[in-house]
Design a protein around this ligand. Structure first.
Ligand code: HEM
Length: 443
């Protein structure tokens, strides 16, 4: 069958898009306009940036499942490849398969469940700092918590003593890989980052050296006391060298905390914005957990909380777009995509497509009750990607979210500080900008 070139915006639409872009400073709005007026597959034609953008279950299947081997995850031009070097996220083929085989077992449900007390403990330690009647920026608080939990549970490292010192290097590292001028000028020097990236490396190499010593000196009691195997020990025991371990730790640290930060914050924001939904969530936590610590036995029964989290991931998917490079010439649903083209499957646009979602802009957790769920075509909802190379931390993230949210709602009443203008911002993840100020009341 003959293929056609991907459609692009005509001159009039292009101008409209540029005007909206200048007015609202939001790439999301520009993408939404392109989707609405051009269709489910289109090409952006900015100087130096001409990706193919694909939207919806059919092209998701193409990229994630049926033709996934005809794409590369690694793009040498992207700062994420420079930063993560040989990290699992930017590896292809056998190198990727080997790393995934080492790390996947540590992140599967049986290994994650024993970490629930750690998740709860860090939630308690962080929230004891919240003052009754005080205000917090939930984005900052959830970032602190997500970091503590990720390192505590998956690396078996307590980050409290280093949290303050590492805060800026972590924020700057995230900025380093966030969309910026490098998209158009990939070789733009970025000298401002040298020192912070070095601080990240020093921290991670320090963790690796310490753990090697603990293992060598057979000081394994602390490790044996750990509730479940951890990633750092697993990577060392698999015989990886320090450089390769650093790449995986940094990958996990960024991919595993920035996403949880955004999703937890968005969920609390959306619940607080909809007091009747918040009341339903709180009533459920009270009836399922009572005064008990949220635990494995409650996970299944926290159904509304689960739906609210899923709905927050629909409206504001932290990874709003999946990035690939076409490794060969492709025929994507009748459109020609040449080898070497950057291909983006848009999770954000798919999750807000009127063809599949009624009133897509509305926060409506009941979309995710069992009956409604089965009526949607597979791969319509892809907050964790899909296919064999989906998010390796999806189970961890969902268990973490339910325990954290249940614990917070069990102990606190949260309301939004009025008058805030909060917008989704395309950083490394889709995050609420400039943050979410919330008023805290102890229950
Ligand atoms: C709500 C939280 C999370 C969301 C929404 C999320 C989303 C995603 C998505 C959409 C992908 C696939 C991207 C693509 O197809 O291009 C992905 C991959 C990945 N995620 Fe997550 N993620 C979350 C939490 C985590 C956590 C907690 C970890 C680590 C513990 C993690 C580690 C990774 C890694 C390493 C990959 C790459 C996997 C591979 O290439 O084999 N993520 N994530």
């Amino acid at each position: 069958m003959d293929t056609k070139p991907l459609p692009v915006a005509d001159e009039k639409l292009g101008l409209e898009v540029l005007k909206r872009l200048a007015r609202e400073r939001s790439l999301l709005v520009a993408l939404e306009m392109m989707h609405e007026h051009v269709g489910d597959a289109f090409q952006i034609t900015l100087p130096g940036f001409q990706p193919a953008v694909l939207v919806g279950p059919e092209t998701n299947r193409f990229v994630l499942v049926s033709d996934r081997d005809r794409f590369l995850w690694r793009n040498e031009k992207d700062p994420v490849a420079k930063l993560l070097r040989q990290g699992i996220l930017v590896q292809d083929g056998e190198a990727h398969g080997r790393l995934r085989a080492i790390m996947e077992p540590v992140l599967q449900r049986p290994s994650v469940i024993p970490h629930i007390p750690t998740i709860r403990r860090y939630t308690d330690e962080l929230t004891t700092q919240w003052r009754d009647g005080g205000t917090v920026d939930m984005l900052v608080e959830m970032r602190r918590l997500a970091l503590l939990i990720l390192l505590g549970a998956t690396f078996n490292v307590d980050m409290w003593p280093d949290l303050e010192r590492m805060w800026l290097p972590i924020l700057k590292t995230i900025k380093y890989i966030s969309p910026g001028l490098w998209i158009i000028w990939p070789n733009l020097p970025r000298p401002g980052y040298k020192k912070v990236l070095q601080a990240m490396d020093d921290y991670l190499y320090g963790l690796i050296a310490r753990r090697r010593l603990e293992i060598e000196r057979l000081e394994i009691e602390r490790l044996q006391d750990a509730p479940s195997p951890d990633l750092l020990t697993a990577l060392i025991q698999a015989g990886l060298d320090d450089g390769l371990i650093r790449d995986q730790l940094l990958t996990m640290l960024i991919a595993g905390h920035d996403t949880s930060t955004a999703s937890l914050t968005w969920t609390l924001y959306l619940l607080a914005q909809h007091p009747e939904q918040m009341a339903t969530a709180v009533a459920e936590v009270d009836s399922v957990c009572g005064d008990d610590d949220p635990a494995e036995a409650h996970l299944q029964r926290l159904e509304f909380l689960d739906m609210a989290f899923k709905e927050a991931l629909r409206l504001y998917p932290p990874i709003h777009v999946g990035n690939r490079m076409a490794a060969t010439d492709l025929d994507v649903t009748g459109y020609e995509v040449q080898a070497g083209t950057r291909v983006m499957y848009s999770i954000y646009l798919a999750h807000r497509d009127k063809k599949h979602w009624e009133n897509p802009e509305q926060f409506c957790p009941h979309r995710f009750d069992k009956n409604a769920r089965s009526q949607r075509p597979p791969l319509t909802y892809v907050p964790f990607g899909g296919g064999p190379r989906n998010c390796i931390g999806a189970t961890f993230a969902q268990i973490e979210a339910k325990i954290v949210l249940a614990r917070i709602l069990q102990k606190f009443t949260l309301t939004l500080v009025p008058g805030q203008k909060i917008k989704p911002y395309m950083g490394a993840t889709l995050e609420p900008k400039p943050g979410v100020k919330m008023l805290i009341r102890k229950r």
